[in-house]
Ligand binder design. Sequence first.
Ligand code: DQQ
Length: 549
Amino acid sequence: KEVGQELRTGYHFQPPKHWINDPNGPMYYKGLYHLFYQYNPKGAVWGNIIWAHSVSTDLIDWVALEPGIYPSKPFDINGCWSGSATILPNGVPVIMYTGIDPNERQVQNVAYPANLSDPFLRKWVKPDYNPIINPDRGINASAFRDPTTAWYGPDGHWRLVVGSKENMRGIAVLYRSRDFRRWIRAHHSLHAGFTGMWECPDFFPVAVAGGRRHHQSGVDTAELRDSTVAAEVKYVLKVSLDATRYEYYTIGWYDHSKDRYTPDLAFPDNDYGLRYDYGDFYASKSFYDPVKKRRVLWGWANESDTVPDDRQKGWAGIQAIPRKIFLSRGGRQLIQWPVEEIKSLRAKHVNVSDKAVKGGEYFKVGGFKSVQSDVEAAFMIKNLEKAEKFDMAWRTDAQGLCKKLNSHVKGGVGPFGLWLLASDDLKERTAVFFRVFKKNDTSYVVLMCNDPTRSSFESQIYRPTFAGFVNIDIAKTKKIALRTLIDHSVVESFGAGGKTCILTRVYPKKAVGDNAHLFVFNNGESDIKLTNLRAWEMKTPTMNKRLGQ
Ligand code: DQQ
């Protein structure tokens, strides 16, 4: 058996071998979901980047096609980097991507399907008039990339943004076009911030609760031109920060006539905005799914194993489970939830209900194979009296707090949660847990944390703790839910119904295959109750079957 192959994912998207990174140009066309992604056809490290291409009818089973976009012309001869798809009003999909030209400049190109009657969209044509957007007029040619899906303004012109930086400022450079061919830079950018380079911007509308549409429904970016719709939507701007390798988003208002985006709260939980995911999740991109009328988010999860190990395994990088995203009822954050289709993979199932877990206790959830599973748990906290005091200095540093007060540090209320990908003797284990702090007599803070410090015997691996706060009123609800998707080397968790998400990669040596177990633990002083735990083994979909196989 080859080294590390037992750590390959079963139901998280992954090609048979080599390196992958950003999801590109996700879209739905003639019965198929298309996923392109950054891919190195020659090895398990970043390089030689092309757009690999897979399609699916249900976001679960995938068929691999030949590469969609690859270097072939001067305007992309040194690489085909990230970009997005836009469905034109006549139904024609167009891809806009960053090409690396012979002078290593980043330029923006378009590509059109060679044959619109082919639902697989196998061949793409790059017109000779590319590049259509050049890094001119003071734009830094080595920091100018990742065009968004375009939207249509009330003046009948298209708009899109390209990520860039100007000294230390990250910017979303705005362009307009009448014909999708000749693009003119607007006098001002859509938005900017003192954060360093903005990669992979994403800008899209979300429905507001109380409007005509259900707040969980997606809104097509193309609909932005309709001002009656605009009264019932807010806008989300997400950027991927090259400097931190984390993504941040803000929710705000977009003025069509002035083409200005103004975030409601620029700094809700830290200097940059909220996070989709507080773990290993980057370069994400959303698209509107017209079939289920929802917005779906794809994101890349890098390996955190060593590069020699990546090379030896022969693969690196996965896509997170596609998530349905929508604005919370209160409008202050996005909610993310695995697309409902993944329930079709649920197989053998175990159930635990109404089980008290005293302070210091833990137990194993047996009777099923947890190495590739979907676990839903609900915890009830009877008494908040023993909650540790919250230091306001921690407010902007959930991750630092989780590192300090990790799963081994006894608390008042929590840490409680799951140990997973755990060996029977618990020497290897990854903890996903909550910890409740007291801010004052009536208000509490809930921390959600992923602690992989004991996830593997292998000592070379980078294993940071990841954490975020959970925006719930625990004194009122007394309950908190956790859903975790476990997939060999992936731990993808959704706290409080998708309010706080954390994805991590772990590389156990012993807790693999049938030797990977699931436990419930409570390392706090206060007792808690596991009101319900349901766990399913997950089937393995057909991942990247070749067409005609
Ligand atoms: N990955 C691409 C770039 C993008 C970066 C290159 C983000 O276009 O900025 O593979 O991960």
